[in-house]
Design a protein around this ligand. Structure first.
Ligand code: NDP
Ligand code: GDR
Length: 356
C-alpha cells in the first residue's frame, strides 16, 4: 500500500514563518522537507524542538542543505522530495539590508523564486506540485491608497520589494502559462517571539526586557512614525496553508486591518516593564524618557533611516476572510505583550544560568 501522507517542501524552514509552518504541517500529518543553509554557526534554533534523528526509521522532518541561488541544488531537492506542496519562504528578508546587498537580494528573492518554479516544470511536476510564494505588503511601497488589497497598484520602494515584485509576477506567469497551482500570499507584517532580532518589533521587545534586567541602557531606533499592520505569525502561516488547499490558485492579502506607528509599539513594550515613556524633541533629535526616573531610554539614530521608506501599511483581508475563512485573532497590543514576556523569560533564564 502506498503512503497517503502529503509531502511538503519548505524553503526558509529555519526562519520565523518556516518554524511555525513546519509545526503546523507536522501536526496535520505531513512529511515535511526543509531547506537549510550551511552556516558556520548553529542556525536551526527555531526548529530545534521539531528535530528528529535522521537515523530514525520513519522521520517526518527531513532537512536538506541548499540555497535559493543554486539551481541544481533546488532541482535535486525537489526531485528527491517529490512534494505535493512547496512553500517558498526563503529570502533575504530584511528591507534595510537589501539596500546594502541589492544584487544578492535580487538573486535570492527574485531569481530564486524563478529557479524553484523552473525546477517544478523541468521535473514534470506542474500538475502535482502546488506552490506558495511569500509575497509581501512591501510591494505597495509608496502609498497609492489605503486600505491595500489585491487590486491596489504596487510601487516597490526597496531592492527587496523590487525583487519580490519580480517573484510575484513570475508566480502569476507560471500559473497562467503552465496551469500551475501557484499562489501569492501578500502578507502584511507578522511578528512573534521567534521574529528575527533586527526587525523593529523584536528589537524593541528585546530592548525593553534587557533594560528591565539592567543589561542594556538605551534603545536606538530609526523612523518612529512609520506605520505597520502587525499580526501574529502563527495565524499567518495557517493562511498560507489554506491558500494551497483551494481548488483554484489565487492571490490573497493577509492583514489585521489595523495600523500602528512604531512609536506606539515602543510605548506598549515599555508599559509592559512598568515604564511610561515621554517623547521630547523632533526628528533626528527625538528621545524617549522614563517619566518616573527622567532617564533617556530611547533615541533616534539616523543610521536606521532608509533611503526610501514605506510610510504606511494597512491591509484589507476581506477576500481571504470570504474565500478562505481566514481571520486574525491576536491584537497588536497582545502581540507586543507576548513578545516582551517571552524575551524576559529567555533573558532571565540566561542570567540564572550565567550566575549558576
Ligand atoms: P526570516 O528572515 O525569519 O527567514 C528567512 C529564511 O530564509 C531563513 O530560513 C533563512 O535562512 C532563509 N534564507 C535566506 N536566504 C536564503 C537563501 N539564499 N537560500 C535559502 N534560504 C535562505 O523571514 P520570515 O520567516 O519573517 O519571512 C518568511 C518569508 O515571508 C520571507 O520570504 C519574507 O520575505 C516574507 N514575508 C515576511 C513577512 C513578515 O512580516 N515576517 C511579511 C511578508 C512577507 P537562515 O536561517 O540561514 O538565515
Ligand atoms: P519591514 O520591517 O521593513 O516592514 O519589513 P521592519 O521591522 O524592519 O521595519 C518596520 C518599520 O520600522 C521602522 N524602523 C526600524 N526598523 C528596523 N528594522 N530597525 C530599527 O531600528 C527601526 N526603527 C524604525 C522601519 O523604517 C520600518 O518603517 C518586514 C520584513 O519582514 C519583510 O520581509 C516583509 O516583507 C515586510 O515586513 C512586510
Amino acid at each position: 500500500m502506498g503512503d497517503s501522507r502529503k509531502v511538503a517542501l519548505i524553503t526558509g524552514i529555519t526562519g520565523q514563518d518556516g518554524a511555525y509552518l513546519a509545526r503546523l504541517l507536522l501536526k496535520k500529518g505531513y512529511i515535511v522537507h526543509g531547506i537549510k543553509r550551511r552556516s558556520s554557526s548553529f542556525n536551526t534554533g527555531r526548529i530545534e524542538d521539531l528535530y528528529q534523528d535522521p537515523h530514525e526509521s520513519d522521520p517526518r522532518l527531513i532537512l536538506h542543505y541548499g540555497d535559493l541561488t543554486d539551481s541544481t541544488n533546488l532541482i535535486r531537492v525537489v526531485q528527491e522530495s517529490q512534494p505535493d506542496e512547496i512553500y517558498n519562504l526563503a529570502a533575504q528578508s530584511h528591507v534595510q539590508v537589501s539596500f546594502e546587498t541589492p544584487e544578492y537580494t535580487a538573486n535570492a528573492d527574485g531569481i530564486g523564486t524563478l529557479r524553484l518554479l523552473e525546477a517544478i516544470r523541468l521535473l514534470g511536476l506542474t500538475d502535482k506540485t502546488r506552490f506558495y510564494q511569500a509575497s509581501t505588503s512591501e510591494l505597495y511601497g509608496l502609498v497609492q491608497s489605503v486600505p491595500q488589497n489585491e487590486t491596489t497598484p504596487f510601487y516597490p520602494r526597496s531592492p527587496y520589494a523590487a525583487a519580490k515584485l519580480y517573484a510575484y509576477w513570475m508566480v502569476v506567469n507560471y500559473r497562467e502559462g503552465y496551469g500551475m497551482h501557484a499562489s501569492n500570499g501578500i502578507l502584511f507584517n507578522h511578528e512573534s517571539p521567534l521574529r528575527g532580532e533586527t526587525f523593529v518589533t523584536r528589537k524593541i521587545s528585546r530592548a525593553a526586557a534587557a533594560i528591565y534586567l539592567g543589561k542594556q541602557d538605551k534603545l536606538y531606533l530609526g523612523n518612529l512614525d512609520a506605520q505597520r499592520d502587525w499580526g501574529h505569525a502563527r495565524e499567518y502561516v495557517r493562511g498560507m496553508w489554506m491558500m494551497i488547499q483551494q481548488d483554484q490558485p489565487d492571490d490573497y492579502v493577509l492583514a489585521t486591518g489595523k495600523t500602528t506607528p512604531v512609536r506606539q509599539f515602543v510605548e506598549w513594550a515599555f508599559e509592559d516593564i512598568g515604564v511610561e515613556i515621554e517623547w521630547r524633541g523632533k526628528g533626528v533629535g527625538e528621545k524617549g524618557y522614563d517619566v518616573a526616573s527622567g532617564r533617556c531610554l530611547v533615541q533616534v539614530d539616523p543610521r536606521y533611516f532608509r533611503p526610501t521608506e514605506v510610510d504606511l501599511l494597512l491591509g484589507d483581508a476581506t477576500k481571504a476572510k470570504e474565500k478562505l475563512g481566514w481571520v486574525h485573532e491576536t491584537s497588536v497590543r497582545e502581540l507586543a505583550a507576548e513578545m516582551v514576556r517571552e524575551d524576559l523569560k529567555v533573558m532571565q533564564t540566561s542570567v540564572v544560568m550565567k550566575e549558576a
